[in-house]
Ligand binder design. Structure first.
Ligand SMILES: Cc1cc2nc3c(=O)[nH]c(=O)nc-3n(C[C@H](O)[C@H](O)[C@H](O)COP(=O)(O)OP(=O)(O)OC[C@H]3O[C@@H](n4cnc5c(N)ncnc54)[C@H](O)[C@@H]3O)c2cc1C
Length: 362
């Protein structure tokens, strides 16, 4: 935060805290951004908009329906938080998932005095190979979007099927704790309350807990996000552009936006017929929703250095092209003197001519 505050002050950025973007919609040739702050709604106009809404930018942090339907809200948290860990002191915690946030939450709960932590996941073993390390090269992160659609699809499918391991230190720390137990190959099938106790049904029998922490990732549900309300029906998706082989179908991937080389949205109908939806190209999707088009590191911290220049180029390209009108007239009218001529210049020229050092043109 210290760094971000310094950055804001140094660049004099107009950052507005506690302000929610409620819609992004077309308005007289530009884009209107509706915002809500302290109950007040305001609208600003913009020529271009960059959506940088992060990892859950295509949907929401996901709580499986059998849990949200089966338990009161205060008996579970998503590991993306916020989690009141002090409240977990002395309680038996069950964690679902094996990725970074599941392990981080397990360790924090133990550090805050949880009575026990049982961490369950579907796979038979915790993965040890991290496919991110393979694609995390400057070349891949810079040029990913130039790959053919079929190859980008296959890469995204690979990442869906092959999970990444948690950080080594987080796993070591948890395993060293006497109150931590790991349950590979133990997915949760149902949950119910028995008195005050949560009972979790699994293929290996029931598990009992006082509170659940869910490392269950994020959904892809563009139309459910307020800021995408107007954009969602108008933008091109992967399912509109690409048909995978029958054994490679994936509705979640198909619902992601198909964005251009600068992270710009494209209209769902072709440019000629796009009528009212051409405006979507003014909006840039710099969040996790662009990972199919731009790769697993499309907006990750490690990718920023390589991917941000693409967005910046897209925005400036757009702004530049919009200034074409009148460009030629302005060029013709341009009269800023570049070669400054001193007062006695004419006299000097005449003297040079008289001396035969400037030859007459005809
Ligand atoms: C568990 C986890 C582990 C990760 N591990 C790694 C890693 O090891 N390496 C790596 O490089 N990356 C990792 N990432 C990804 C990395 O954290 C993100 O890519 C990075 O933080 C993105 O920064 P950002 O500024 O784009 O988005 P964020 O930092 O997520 O910020 C998005 C902001 O947008 C705001 N917002 C969203 N919707 C609205 C709205 N409608 N109105 C107003 N504001 C809104 C949010 O409140 C948030 O403040 C990880 C992410 C997660 C969740």
């Amino acid at each position: 935060m210290d760094y971000l505050r310094w950055y804001r002050a140094t660049l004099d950025l107009a950052v507005e805290n506690d302000t929610e973007v409620a819609d992004i919609r077309p308005a007289n040739g530009v884009v209107a951004v509706d915002t809500r702050h302290a109950g007040r709604v305001a609208t600003r106009l913009a020529r271009t908009v960059v959506i940088a809404s992060g990892y859950a930018g295509a949907g929401f942090w996901q709580v499986p329906a059998f849990i949200s339907d089966g338990l009161p809200d205060d008996r579970y948290d998503h590991t993306n938080g916020p989690v009141d860990f002090e409240r977990l002191r002395g309680r038996r915690i069950a964690v679902l998932g094996h990725a970074a946030s599941a392990l981080d939450n397990a360790n924090t709960a133990l550090a805050c005095g949880a009575a026990s932590v049982d961490l369950c996941f579907r796979r038979a073993k915790i993965p040890r190979v991290n496919p991110h390390r393979f694609v995390e090269t400057a070349g891949t992160m810079t040029h990913f979007c130039t790959l053919p659609d079929a190859m980008r699809w296959r890469i995204a499918r690979h990442f869906r099927l092959v999970d990444q391991p948690p950080p080594e230190l987080a796993l070591e720390l948890a395993c060293a704790h006497p109150k931590f137990r790991m349950h590979p190959g133990r997915p949760w099938q149902a949950v119910r309350l028995e008195g005050a106790e949560i009972v979790i049904a699994t293929p290996k029998g029931e598990l009992r807990a006082d509170h659940l922490l869910l490392g269950t990732g994020a959904t892809v549900e563009l139309e459910a996000r307020p800021e995408l309300r107007s954009l969602a029906p108008a933008i091109l998706r992967w399912r509109d552009r690409f048909s995978p082989a029958p054994d490679d179908e994936d509705a979640r991937l198909g619902a992601l936006p198909y964005v251009d080389e600068h992270y710009g949205f494209l209209p769902r109908v072709s440019a000629d017929a796009s009528g009212g939806t051409a405006w979507v190209a003014r909006v840039f999707c710099f969040n996790a929703a662009s990972h199919l088009s731009h790769g697993p590191h499309a907006t990750s911290n490690s990718g920023h250095r390589h991917c941000l220049p693409r967005v910046v180029r897209g925005v400036t390209d757009r702004l530049f092209r919009e200034q074409q009108n009148g460009y030629l007239a302005k060029l013709a009218a341009f009269d800023t003197i570049d070669l400054a001529i001193p007062d006695d210049f004419e006299a000097k020229l005449e003297a040079l001519e008289a001396a035969g050092r400037i030859l007459k043109a005809s």
